[in-house]
Design a protein around this ligand. Sequence first.
Ligand SMILES: Nc1ncnc2c1ncn2[C@@H]1O[C@H](COP(=O)(O)OP(=O)(O)O)[C@@H](O)[C@H]1O
Ligand SMILES: [Mg+2]
Length: 163
Amino acid sequence: MQKVLLEDSAGLLVSFKLMKFLSRSAEETQIIGFSLGKLLKSQGVVCLYGELGAGKTTFVKGIAQALGIPESNVTSASFTIIVEYDNEIPLYHIDLYRIEKESDIDGAGIWDYIYSEGITVIEWAERLGKVPDDFIKVKFAIIDEVTRDITIEGIDEKDWNYM
Ligand SMILES: Nc1ncnc2c1ncn2[C@@H]1O[C@H](COP(=O)(O)OP(=O)(O)O)[C@@H](O)[C@H]1O
Ligand SMILES: [Mg+2]
């Protein structure tokens, strides 16, 4: 784990916990999502960043599986913006790909989902602008056709290791 000290907007030093992974297949990306899903509490927000085809939806399948939702139920939410999974711990899968302005985000009631009971996972979280520090952030970078660099911010590596 890499601990990085950065200045926040108020100029205070904050420590960010970063975990880095190199995924060499869609299956591996799904397993990393599964591992994160197992660490989530009954309420929380996971922001996913990265271009088209980076592996965000694949990662959401892993999170869903960890919560007991069949991965085959999880498909791209691009056309619907929000998919709600009725589950012991509810899962809200949000995809902001089609959102163009921040006012559309408010109009679609996105923040109501984000702050409701359950877990909210947001693809194209870039569109949200700045988000609270307690949101987990996962950044995907495409290295080549089958390789993805995945950085998770906001999870302690010792929790990850003790699963
Ligand atoms: N290491 C990898 N991790 C995730 N997806 C991968 C990987 N290698 C290849 N792929 C492929 O890339 C695509 C990722 O699609 P998807 O998860 O829908 O991305 P996004 O939601 O970011 O647009 C899938 O076709 C998947 O098979
Ligand atoms: Mg997607």
